[in-house]
Design a protein around this ligand. Structure first.
Ligand code: ATP
Ligand code: MG
Length: 438
């Protein structure tokens, strides 16, 4: 994309309504615009990041055998009356009537709908397990929408649902999801620590929230730093083997990690002092086992191995896709702007033409740009160098390829790594290789 043609309306002024860095930077870099309280339009560069996050979530969910489908945003109130949640949900649910006076709602989550879809199709234990997910907009009429996309009213969530014959199988499904989540967050370039969460009346230890560490997080967090050092992507786990999943799960849960709500001073005291980490965190994911709560209340059964009917065990697993964009920025920015991890950046690199009109500069920039024009942002505007440097820093491209008249004559560019500020003078080929374009 050529910046002179792009729709990326950056702001010079710091928007006064934005209280935290990610919100300010998303507005300033031209990624989002608020259209009503807690509701945002995603501008082109913001949408590219959102899609990148979504694709990583999708790949890692597919990798553990979950299947994607897409359920609608509007749901019938009837479904929610069957589970008993229609009256219980409260004012966060946006209730709507159609022209025939039928009650609808804008889905805040999808347990009822997926249970209904599953129940109508699956009749035998032989078809289990199943894990289904979708990536869809949700609406929750939050009392206090704030911090931009972090607590919106309309937001994008990946929600998955697992169906199993037995508790043991459901536990395996839960552990697979935990692994998938750890891999997702690692690929997104953020450290998200799983912490025990409330299970409510279900009990047990099968509810975890994943928290990205950032000073502006809403929860206080306490955890053992050994958890941060794990490499979940390279760790071999056989997802079809209960023992292998168990071993993985023990590694995670064997290390202390809790939000302030669940913090236990006695257990904390046992963590070696040098490994104790305290801070604040943003909830970006939540996994939950809830047994037969929905299948039983909605009358969904399958025929079991002994011929008797049974209600499948379920779990639900959410990732806040749009919130993640804010969380990534909270965890990765400086005074100059955003520092995108390579995996989610809207463009792999920016090309900064410091002297548009200079023949050598124009030629070299065009040569680089054409190598991968859909993944490069070419700042070809007729602006001062300082403006270009500031905008590239603000937008957070992982690399900047700086093309000035002196180097251009000799086919050389200056390559800057946004995260470290390190600059090197290299040939075009070398620059492209380092950026990952071959
Ligand atoms: P919170 O405690 O932050 O209100 P929640 O526990 O109600 O979230 P879940 O029902 O667990 O949320 O939803 C799954 C994920 O969806 C959360 O972990 C979070 O990342 C995201 N999410 C929830 N509410 C919002 C919101 N209002 N705006 C953006 N993302 C949200
Ligand atoms: Mg939650």
């Amino acid at each position: 994309m050529r910046l002179s043609k792009a729709f990326q309306p950056t702001l010079k002024e710091v928007p006064s309504e934005a209280q935290i860095a990610s919100h300010r930077l998303m507005l300033r870099a031209g990624l989002i615009r608020q259209t009503s309280s807690g509701i945002y339009a995603w501008l082109p560069a913001g949408l590219r990041v959102l899609r990148n996050i979504e694709n990583i979530v999708r790949e890692e969910q597919d990798a553990i055998g979950a299947q994607e489908l897409l359920m609608p945003t509007l749901q019938s109130a009837e479904l929610w009356k069957r589970s008993g949640r229609y009256d219980a949900y409260g004012p966060e649910m946006l209730r709507i009537q159609d022209r025939h006076g039928r009650d609808l709602l804008y889905g805040p989550t999808n347990e009822e709908m997926i249970t209904d879809i599953f129940g109508a199709a699956i009749k035998s234990y032989k078809d289990l397990p199943k894990a289904l997910y979708h990536i869809q907009w949700k609406f929750r009429d939050e009392v206090r929408p704030r911090f931009g996309v972090m607590r919106g009213r309309e937001f994008l969530m990946k929600d998955a649902y697992s169906f199993d014959v037995s508790y043991e199988d459901a536990v395996a499904s839960y552990r697979r999801m935990m692994l998938s989540y750890l891999r997702i967050f690692q690929r997104l370039g953020v450290r998200a620590v799983p912490m025990v969460a409330d299970t409510g009346p279900i009990g047990g230890d099968l509810s975890h929230e994943f928290l990205v560490l950032a000073p502006t997080g809403e929860s206080g967090v306490f955890f053992d730093s050994a958890l941060e050092e794990q490499d979940w992507l390279s760790r071999p786990v056989d997802c079809d083997d209960h023992a292998s999943l168990e071993e993985f799960f023990q590694t995670v849960t064997g290390h202390y990690a809790a939000t302030d709500e669940k913090h236990d001073e006695a257990a904390w005291a046992e963590v070696p002092e040098t490994r104790r980490r305290e801070g604040r965190g943003i909830e970006v994911g939540h996994i939950f086992y809830f047994g037969t709560k929905y299948t039983a209340s909605m009358g969904v059964e399958v025929v079991g191995p002994d011929g008797a009917k049974l209600a499948p065990h379920m779990g639900s697993y959410g990732v806040g896709v749009s919130r993640l964009m804010g969380a990534i920025i909270e965890a990765s920015h400086d005074e100059g702007g955003i520092i995108w991890p390579d995996s989610v950046a809207p463009y792999r690199a920016a090309i900064l033409n410091l002297r548009p009109g200079d023949e050598a500069c124009d030629r070299l920039c065009a040569e680089i740009y054409e190598r991968d024009s859909s993944n490069l942002m070419y700042d070809d505007r007729d602006e001062r160098a300082g403006v270009k440097f500031n905008d590239a820093d603000l937008m957070g491209h992982p690399w900047q390829v700086v093309v000035g008249p002196r180097g251009a004559k000799n086919g050389l560019v200056e390559l800057k790594r946004r995260a470290t500020g390190e600059r090197v003078e290299v040939t075009v080929e070398d620059a492209l290789k380092r950026i990952g374009i071959v």
